[in-house]
Ligand binder design. Structure first.
Ligand code: PRX
Length: 646
């Protein structure tokens, strides 16, 4: 974030106290902050989740590893599905599913979800999936995606969901790292009227992941896809019972692995973030209930993220289902077939709660308020934001044009690693300020430290967390050393989130973006080094340096500086080829917005690429300190080329 943006944030003086009518009916009140931390998490552990065997010890903290709800036995799928049916809620809608092709809809009750999960679990069981078998899931936003996750959870098989926009390499890397034996995918996915060839990409990935011995393929578009005899199985062709009694919910230990979610760090290799059973479930259910003021009997809740990211895991699947909520699940994009798709969905289902990302809000802003204006959005009562800092302008637009100036907005800060929201307003309690995520959630303690590790009472610095919370990651899969050095060494005794933050005079937190080599493009985390290695993987590239520059819609956009080998000359064709190469290596989300060809990169005398300088060039800012630069003329040359870049 530029200094100018930070100043704008600090000048923000608008205040939005909770509307009195909202506050009066809210699930939680101000006294929630007074509850002792142990008592808060202990009570929520008992109230939000059903146990096959109650837990004995609340939390064992052996930094940097925490364990929660020790001694308990439970099953996540039982908590998310079966117990609701047993409680007589079988007819309640779990998901209103909206497919992309017009009119493609499905209403999935909890009773139906239970049968669907049982069937999927039986199919997986026939393929030898049981407790501890690692399963990869590579799908679009179809009902079978949450069903697949829940089926794994029912069997005690840990899953990793890989976002459908990722490449074959990204998929095979993840499957190999986790040791996946089975892959669940679909023929193709619909996107903007086109078809995304998931199975073909999965085939390429399986060729590079020899441990994967079987795949289950859900038919979505009906497109022709190759099937490998003996390995690939059409889901609809496998004979399997959908009677839940045929496939019991495996009793799991509180600390058994539930899933891995891979995310970008500051090296080229994504990290497998570990989430376990009980703490994760209690954490996401408690936050979902409190922050979204969930009234499961009457709310229609919609988190418009993709399940392939942590937001979807925690707040489309596990949190809402554990709370017996009715949610919307949608396939596609906000502007297809038209820019009012979301508002049409809100109106049709009477959505009460909408949770999305600033990048989406800014896209809607750009398209203009008339699209929302054509629909009745009066059912909305609460709005949420996640994924990146929300600029006050986008906050105000959301408040006025979507929230009709009556809906509180919860700006929720969290990460793949934190599993659950950690800094957020509580909608019936907190006076919100556009651009501030306000206060740590009850039972969570956050702080801002300066460069020396001293506490900043008011002002800017590094965001840290002071004590464990139930859904915190249990580490990076197979890489204890990286876990310690990434999060725990910078400020010993604290979890270092990698974000800059400020605390204001009221003790409210303002998030300022990443302070490391991680970019945030449309709310997606991408490492500069990951993109650099994809670029240098191209045979004609000698060297590459990547940075993020501010972008009005996507938050940040990727800029690459590339030095070509030998006699290769820059050209528009080369530019397209490199962009496509990155898409092929990582996924389309990682495609650089600009590529600047340069004969040399700015390096320090010790040979380190000066990324800060590259960012200044990318954002046309006056260049910072260049005294450590080996060859100062490189920079002026670079500015010149950046200005001329196609
Ligand atoms: O920089 C912060 C930003 O997103 C990062 C986490 O990304 P990821 O693990 O992909 O999870 C995204 C969804 C939880 C954080 O380090 N971020 C997330 N939410 C906010 C945010 N930045 C500012 N305000 C937020 N509300």
């Amino acid at each position: 974030m530029s200094d100018q943006t930070i100043d704008t944030l600090l000048d923000e003086e608008r205040r939005f106290p909770p509307p009195p009518a909202f506050a009066a009916q809210a699930n939680v009140h101000a006294d929630v902050y007074d509850r002792p931390f142990e008592e808060f998490w202990e009570a929520n552990g008992r109230e939000r989740v059903s146990w096959f065997q109650p837990f004995g010890e609340l939390c064992r903290w052996q930094p940097p590893y925490a364990q929660w709800y020790l001694g308990g036995k439970l099953n996540v799928a039982y908590n998310c599905v079966d117990r609701h049916v047993e409680a007589g809620l079988g007819d309640r809608v779990a998901y209103y599913w909206e497919g992309e092709p017009e009119g493609d809809r499905l209403t999935i009750t909890y009773a139906r979800l239970q049968r669907d999960v049982a069937r999927m679990a039986n199919v997986l069981g026939q393929l030898g999936v049981g407790k501890g078998t690692a399963v990869a899931i590579y799908m679009g936003m179809v009902p079978e995606l949450p069903v697949a996750m829940l089926a794994c959870a029912r069997l005690g098989a840990p899953h990793t969901v890989v976002f459908g926009g990722f490449s074959a390499d990204s998929l095979s890397d993840r499957m190999n790292d986790m040791g996946c034996e089975v892959l669940i995918t679909q023929d193709e996915a619909w996107r903007r009227g086109g078809r995304v060839p998931l199975k073909r990409t999965a085939d390429e990935a399986m060729a590079a992941a020899p441990g994967v011995r079987a795949s289950v393929v859900v038919r979505r578009t009906g497109g022709e896809v190759p099937m490998t005899e003996g390995r690939d199985h059409w889901y609809h062709e496998v004979e399997a019972s959908d009677d839940p009694a045929t496939v019991p919910c495996a009793p799991m230990d509180s600390e058994d692995l539930l899933f891995l979610m891979y995310t970008s760090g500051t090296t080229a290799k994504p990290k497998g973030i570990v989430h376990t059973t009980a703490g994760y479930l209690v954490g996401v259910a408690t936050t979902h209930w409190a922050i979204f003021d969930l009234k499961p009997e009457s709310d229609v809740y919609w988190c418009a993220a993709d399940i392939g990211w942590i937001t979807g895991h925690s707040y489309i699947v596990y949190g809402p289902l554990c709370n017996a909520a009715t949610s919307v699940l949608y396939e596609g994009t906000p502007d297809f077939p038209d820019k009012d798709r979301w508002w049409d969905i809100v109106e049709r289902y009477g959505v009460t709660t909408l949770y999305t990302a600033p990048t989406a809000i800014r896209a809607h802003m750009k398209w203009g308020p008339e699209h929302a204006g054509r629909h009745d959005l009066s059912s909305l009562r609460l709005l949420g934001s996640v994924g990146e800092p929300i600029n006050p302008e986008a906050w105000m637009w959301y408040h006025e044009h979507i929230g009709g100036e009556r809906c509180p907005i919860v700006d929720t800060w969290w990460q793949t690693e934190t599993g659950m929201v950690l800094i957020t307003p509580l909608p019936g309690v907190t006076t919100t300020k556009p651009g501030s995520a306000t206060k740590p959630f009850p039972g969570v303690r956050a702080a801002v430290l300066n460069e020396q590790g001293e506490r900043v009472e008011q002002g800017g610095g590094y965001l840290v967390l002071e004590r464990p919370w139930p859904a915190m990651t249990r580490g990076i899969y197979g890489d204890d050393e990286r876990f310690r050095s990434t999060y725990w060494e910078r400020f010993p005794g604290f979890y270092f989130a990698g974000d800059g933050a400020r605390i204001d005079a009221d003790g409210d937190f303002w998030l300022l973006g990443r302070v490391d080599d991680v970019m945030n493009v449309s709310g997606h985390r991408i490492s500069t080094i990951e993109v650099e290695s994809a670029l240098v993987d191209h045979p004609k590239v000698a060297e590459a340096a990547v940075c993020g520059r501010s972008d009005a819609t996507t938050g940040q956009a990727i800029v690459a500086y590339v030095t070509l080998k030998g006699n290769e000359g820059p050209s528009l064709e080369m530019l397209e080829e490199l962009r496509n190469h990155v898409a092929h290596k990582i996924g389309a989300i990682a495609k650089p917005a600009n590529i600047v060809f340069t004969p040399e990169l700015p390096k320090t005398r010790s040979g380190k690429i000066m990324r800060r300088l590259l960012r200044d060039v990318a954002e046309n800012r006056p260049l910072g300190d260049t005294t450590t630069l080996a060859d100062a003329s490189v920079v002026s040359e670079l500015s010149q080329r950046a200005a001329e870049a196609p």
